[in-house]
Design a binder for this molecule. Structure first.
Ligand code: SAM
Ligand code: DTB
Ligand code: SF4
Length: 324
């Protein structure tokens, strides 16, 4: 496995003729995965809105005037109901998100309890709760958490223009703490925020230089939400999005690349090109955190047309070991 990718190497990949790029990505993909399987993760916002951070893309920041209201942490029963429904729909992983800068106090203990219960249901558990110190990471691991999601969002340079309340290095520290406890890392970013090609290449370089690579790499297309500073940003060309998926796959071939936020406005043909470019995971279910997602029955219909099967739960480290 290669971990020494430079921004220049990655920029060259982005600049390949489209057909060459997709072919290379699909070849890389087939070295590690069944090309006709896609992993299904369902999201639930267990603590919505009122976040003190200023991420310019996010409808949950208390600094922007969006339709999202600040809510309390959900009750465990409700969370379990949602997890059960997700399992019945065919999801193998349940991801709980909280609009926090970092977990604190009793609320954190309640989330640990939710994680234990999701594990009792025999599902993979993922959480995204903001920054973690070493002790918090250990508690999550002890509760049975499989994946922790914490995104880099962009490259270090563009990052400075979108978030002022948390540094890039603080994000890397959180990821280090997750890794040190032996949990799987889910880490990706957002494209379509007005960044340049060099920033997208820089973001993929940051991810692909991690050793080991994040097991799960969500590539989000910005969901433009009214009231956020990014509400009126110009659309990213769809081929630039598909190229980002392909380049992530070529540089991190044993990772699941997730076609994440933004699917609701993508055509079936565009999503199919993303699968061809090596995306093999999606957020599944009618809601992301606060915004809409493609309906599960629409996804099932597309899978049928493409002959795609939902992936069974696997252990990522065994995949990496088997194919070094
Ligand atoms: N508050 C925690 C944090 O930021 O670390 C966890 C939840 S936060 C909503 C998780 C991720 O969702 C962000 O890092 C960002 O990548 C993604 N996200 C948030 N708003 C988005 C939007 N409008 N479009 C696309 N992705 C978004
Ligand atoms: C990730 O990379 N994308 C998800 C998840 N991790 C937590 C969140 C997408 C949020 C989209 C905007 C919303 O629904 O609030
Ligand atoms: Fe808060 Fe997370 Fe949204 Fe940033 S992305 S404002 S930290 S909920």
């Amino acid at each position: 496995m290669r971990y020494d990718w430079t921004v220049e190497d990655i920029t060259k990949l982005f600049e390949l003729p489209f057909n060459d790029l997709i072919f290379q990505a699909q070849q890389a993909h087939r070295r590690y995965f069944d090309a006709n399987e896609v992993q299904l993760s369902t999201l639930l916002s267990i603590k919505t809105g009122g976040c003190p951070e200023d991420c310019k893309y996010c409808p949950q920041s208390s600094r922007y005037n969006t339709d999202v209201e600040s809510e309390l942490l959900m009750k465990k029963d409700e969370v379990m109901k949602a997890a059960k429904a997700a399992k019945e729909q065919g999801a193998t992983r349940f991801c709980m998100g909280a609009a926090w800068r970092e977990p604190k106090g009793r609320a954190f203990d309640l989330v640990l309890d939710m994680i234990r219960e999701v594990k009792n249901m025999d599902m993979e558990a993922c959480a995204t709760l903001g920054m973690l110190n070493a002790e918090q990471a250990r508690k999550l691991k002890d509760a049975g958490l499989d994946y922790y999601n914490h995104n880099l969002d962009s490259d270090p340079e563009f990052y400075k223009t979108i978030i002022s309340t948390r540094t890039y290095d603080e994000r890397l520290d959180t990821l280090k703490n997750v890794r040190a406890e032996g949990m799987s890392v889910c880490c990706g970013g957002i494209v379509g925020m007005g960044e340049a090609l060099k920033n997208r290449a820089g973001m993929v370089a940051q991810l692909a230089r991690m050793n080991p690579h994040p097991e799960s790499v969500p590539i989000n297309m910005l969901v433009k939400v009214e009231g956020t500073p990014m509400a009126d940003i110009e659309d990213l060309d769809t081929f630039d999005f598909i190229r980002t998926i392909a380049v992530a796959k070529i540089t991190m071939p044993s990772s699941h690349i997730r076609l994440s936020a933004g699917r609701e406005v993508m055509s079936e043909e565009m999503q199919s090109l993303c699968f061809l470019a090596g995306a093999n995971s999606i957020f599944y279910g009618e809601k992301l955190l606060t915004t809409g997602n493609t309906e599960a029955n629409q996804d099932q219909a597309l899978f049928k047309k493409l002959g795609i099967r939902p992936e069974e739960a696997t252990t990522p480290s065994s995949r990496r070991m088997a194919n070094v």
